[in-house]
Design a protein around this ligand. Structure first.
Ligand code: DX5
Ligand code: ZN
Length: 214
């Protein structure tokens, strides 16, 4: 299993020890949650923070943009150190064009679905994306309970990917722990985001290692 710990649950008053933990860990990515207070009812951090984090972090940044009109910010996201740029399907009027522009900027393109957005909305774009990020909570906050329907949704997405021969990776975000992670692994997930479960653990390195083994 690939693991992408979410910086949202790190200690914002002293991030360096948390970033050093990530560097020393088996995690594959660092998940960066950008919120604009419009698409979601919260504001997190933006490009200057991402850029500083990318200079210290030796893991590739998996950036999750919870913002309206993400296509306006593609070059800034790339210049702030992102390797994967995830945009919400619900926030992009011209999703195909946005995915093309992300690729032209040299990043991997991910499309994210909110809990109420069906997998079927991806039918006409699944072969063009590198990753699909399924939200297993409503975006905006860490520490929320896992929405169980995501397990069924993961199975459905796995079937769509296998049927079309798409190379898209399935990533799940929200309420991930060892229990929900196991269900998601069985349903066909490739990559798990974990915020509070990792940063709230007494031994975050061991917690990441356990998630890796799912
Ligand atoms: C929520 C964010 C998540 C969040 C997950 O909007 O997209 O990445 O950090 O936090 P946990 O793992 O605590 O549910
Ligand atoms: Zn996220």
């Amino acid at each position: 299993m690939k693991v992408s710990p979410s910086l949202l649950s790190a200690n914002f008053a002293n991030m360096l020890p948390d970033l050093e933990m990530i560097n020393a860990s088996e995690s594959d990515y660092l998940h960066i949650d950008v919120m604009d207070g419009v698409f979601v009812p919260n504001i997190s951090f933006g490009f200057p923070v991402m850029k500083s984090v990318s200079k210290v972090c030796n893991k590739p940044l998996d950036v999750h943009l919870m913002i309206v009109e993400p296509q306006k910010w593609i070059s800034q996201v790339r210049d702030s150190g992102a390797k994967i740029m995830n945009v919400h399907q619900e926030a992009c009027l011209h999703l195909h064009s946005c995915v093309q522009q992300i690729h032209s900027a040299g990043m991997k393109a991910g499309v994210t679905l909110c809990p109420a957005t069906p997998v079927s909305t991806l039918t006409d774009i699944i072969e063009d994306v590198d990753l699909v990020l399924l939200m297993s909570v409503n975006p905006g906050f860490g520490g929320q309970p896992f929405i169980k329907h995501t397990v069924e949704k993961t199975r459905e997405l796995r079937a769509l990917i296998d049927r079309t021969g798409s190379k898209a990776v399935i990533e799940i975000d929200g309420g991930v722990n060892l229990e929900t992670g196991k269900l998601l692994a069985e349903a066909g997930a490739d990559m798990l985001v974990a915020g509070s479960f990792v940063f709230g653990a007494s031994d975050p390195l061991e917690t990441i290692s356990q998630l890796k083994q799912l």
